[in-house]
Design a protein around this ligand. Structure first.
Ligand code: 16G
Ligand code: ZN
Length: 536
């Protein structure tokens, strides 16, 4: 049995605040940093149990609240393959976090051990990192105290603090450790080396593009992108970092970053918008990416969001598989209901790739994408990646080229599979992917943008009495509850040209979200506000 005396002693120093109920949601736990001390301490427990259950394989813990305001913080667990925590374990996270005292806490632990048949004598290994938030260091201290206390006595618990990291870097490191280096070296340098080498191979012999101005959201992306760019070298990648201040309090995600740019549909602070410049924006933990530019003709802001990135990637990869003679490899795309209708039409009609619509939340898209040989998935908000399954990887390794052109396409696909962080959406890896494609085509952002024109769309937040009263089906596209509401929405939508609208409860905020798109701006706004009126 587990000797918990040291653990209980340590836990007394990290009491759960009364009157707070925690929920492990789509993005883990996320709330004001000062309310998270006990939660982070207890996530150490969950990571240790999960690692023991997985035969001592490494589990990751990332402390970040992504695009949320600076006073917030959050925590997410990373599973052995570098993926999000198995959803079956999410309720355990919630239970541990809400245990009122040490008795309840150890009881919750025992319950997990019994239900999951965990051999507590197994070793456990946990690695962790954090973003640049000011509440980070104290929370890491709480986590360390938990892991040290659990490691005393007979149980072997080892851990490593990787310091400040982007979220995707931690996912990468976890995967590397658990594959004994087959995925790469489990260090930040190993990450730069892997991405950098693949990138240089892919852009070799092509004319370098003009500099990319990157809005770093005043977050961890700034120092880390600087390191990556230095590693790659200016001959191959020229970036200029803006909103790269991680020192001044209050700046993180403030009027900048990928979420700001996407939701405001406007330039962030410190970027005025010059028609000749190329822009991209990261979010606060560098797992989301959007591009943007100023249109030369009408001098307006233009956004290239996750849908545009996904279209660009699918186009390039489809071409390469055809050129490589890999006709049996299926390239498919996964989107959510928030994908612009024009992007879905472009994928289906122009690129002729299969498209799946998944429920909102990275884990849902990730698992759908695994069903394709090469699965491209992106949320409109800029989170996404490309997955190469086992048959695809094998085909890349084993196919004998019958011509120099085939050999080149095969080599490029292999390099792409190295360039792309397949554990999770990664803004850095996605920047390199986009830059490779634009370099190959020698395209400007506006040339890329011309693949299709977004339908006007609107996202509205509605505060309701009880958002749990809203339940959806078919990947969030239809409401099953409240009864009858979906029928009313359908009747309304039918009156609009190219109209589409859906309603879903947010997984991260206490609101219901209404999305609408239609053939023109005026009708789109009208549709959005009418549906919002029905929900209220
Ligand atoms: C979380 C999800 C993101 C999703 C968003 C939706 C992860 C890592 N993040 O941030 O993918 O787009 O929630 O938020 O899964 P909402 O439920 O408030 O609309
Ligand atoms: Zn993020």
């Amino acid at each position: 049995p587990l000797d918990l005396s040291a653990f209980i002693q340590a836990s007394f120093k990290h009491p759960k605040p009364a009157n707070v109920t925690y929920t492990y949601g789509t993005a883990g736990f996320r709330l004001r940093g000062e309310l998270l001390d006990s939660v982070i301490f207890r996530m150490g427990v969950l990571a240790v149990l999960r690692s023991k259950k997985m035969d001592g394989r490494t589990i990751g813990i990332m402390l970040t609240a992504s695009h949320n305001p600076e006073p917030d913080n959050g925590v997410k667990l990373v599973d052995p393959r570098g993926e999000m925590l198995d959803t079956q374990w999410e309720p355990y996270a919630t239970e541990l976090a809400n245990a009122a005292d040490e008795t309840a806490l150890t009881r919750a632990m025992q319950k997990i051990i019994e239900e999951k048949h965990i051999d507590v004598g197994k070793p456990a290994h946990v690695v962790f990192g954090r973003d640049t938030r000011p509440t980070g260091p104290a929370l890491i201290q709480a986590l360390t105290e938990c892991l040290e206390a659990l490691g005393g006595g007979t149980t072997k618990v080892t851990f490593q603090d990787y310091g400040i990291l982007t979220t995707p870097q931690l996912h990468y490191i976890v995967r590397c450790i658990n594959t004994q280096g087959a995925y790469g070296q489990p260090t930040v340098e190993g990450y730069y080396e892997k991405l950098g080498a693949a990138y240089k191979k892919l852009v070799q012999g092509h004319r370098r593009l003009s500099p990319l101005v990157v809005d770093c959201a005043n977050g961890v992306g700034a120092p880390k992108l600087r390191e990556l760019a230095r590693h790659i070298g200016e001959d191959h990648l020229l970036v200029r970092l803006v909103n790269a201040d991680t020192e001044t309090p209050g700046q993180l995600n403030h009027q900048c970053g990928a979420d700001f740019v996407k939701t405001q549909q406007n330039f962030p602070a410190h970027i005025e918008g010059h028609p000749k410049e190329r822009y991209a924006a990261l979010d606060g933990d560098a797992d989301r990416l959007v591009y943007f530019y100023m249109d030369e003709k009408d001098r307006t802001f233009k956004l290239l969001d996750g849908d545009k990135i996904s279209g660009l990637a699918a186009m390039f990869i489809k071409d390469l598989t055809r050129n490589a003679g890999l006709e049996n490899i299926t390239v498919g795309v996964v989107q959510t209901a928030y994908a612009n209708g024009s992007s879905t039409n472009y994928l289906k009609d122009v690129l002729q790739v299969p498209v799946t619509c998944a429920q909102t939340g990275v884990k849902h898209l990730h698992h759908e994408a695994e069903k394709y040989d090469i699965g491209v998935y992106f949320e409109a908000n800029g989170h996404g990646t490309v997955l190469f399954n086992h048959p695809a990887t094998q085909a890349l390794a084993e196919t004998r080229a019958r011509s120099p052109a085939q050999a080149e396409a095969l080599d490029q696909l292999k390099a792409l599979s190295e360039l792309i962080n397949q554990t999770v959406g990664d803004a850095f890896s996605d920047i390199l992917l986009v830059e490779v494609i634009l370099t190959h085509r020698q395209w400007s952002l506006s040339q890329w943008d011309h693949a299709y024109t977004d339908l006007p769309n609107r996202l509205v937040k509605v505060v309701v009495g009880d958002r749990a009263a809203f339940r959806t089906t078919n990947a969030d596209t239809q409401l099953v509850e409240p009864a009858g509401l979906q029928e009313k929405i359908n009747e309304l939508v039918a009156k609009y040209r190219a109209g589409r609208s859906f309603v879903r409860p947010s997984g991260t905020e206490d609101v219901v979200r209404v999305y609408a798109e239609a053939g023109n701006r005026h009708e789109c706004d009208q549709l959005a506000f009418k549906v919002a009126g029905m929900v209220f």
